[in-house]
Design a protein around this ligand. Structure first.
Ligand SMILES: [Zn+2]
Ligand SMILES: [Zn+2]
Ligand SMILES: [Zn+2]
Length: 152
């Protein structure tokens, strides 16, 4: 395993992650903290296979799967599908609670590297539904080139 680079505010972040788990009444475990830490260091959303590559030596696949599922249920992470239909995970806004996600923002997906970015400032459009329909979620994607892919 490659040594991770830590910045000066690692301690502060660790405290924040502990708080997130406490707020959501999840037991504070090393694997849960590691998943939060790993996701928070990424600017793009991250898929389970990518997380396995980074954390595979520490966290087995089943545990990782359960952590992601519970984080999604608790409103800690939201799931976004990339252009291949692979689920990627991004940290939620603090407004999200158990079973109630409020991440109704547009996502940007790079057509070259398939990275998914939350556009927190761009709200998804209001949807007027036919009578009797119920809305569960809105997925609006903007597709283009990310900064990394544009430079090449
Ligand atoms: Zn959410
Ligand atoms: Zn890209
Ligand atoms: Zn998002």
């Amino acid at each position: 395993m490659k040594a991770e680079m830590y910045t000066d505010n690692t301690a502060l972040q660790a405290a924040e992650f502990t708080q997130i788990l406490k707020t959501n009444k999840l037991k504070i475990t090393q694997p849960r903290l590691r998943v939060l830490e790993t996701i928070s260091t990424k600017t793009a959303a991250i898929s389970q296979p990518e997380l396995e590559k980074i954390l595979g030596a520490e966290i087995d696949r089943v545990t990782l799967y359960r952590i992601l599922a519970s984080f999604e249920e608790k409103g800690i992470l939201h799931k976004v599908f990339d252009l291949n239909g692979t689920a990627t995970y991004a940290l939620c806004s603090t407004k999200c609670t158990e079973h109630h996600h409020h991440d109704q923002h547009v996502h940007f997906i790079c057509s070259v590297c398939n990275s998914v970015f939350c556009l927190d400032e761009t709200a998804a459009p209001k949807i007027s539904l036919p009578h009797g329909f119920t809305l569960h979620s809105i997925a609006v994607n903007a597709v283009g080139l990310c900064n990394d892919c544009k430079e090449k």
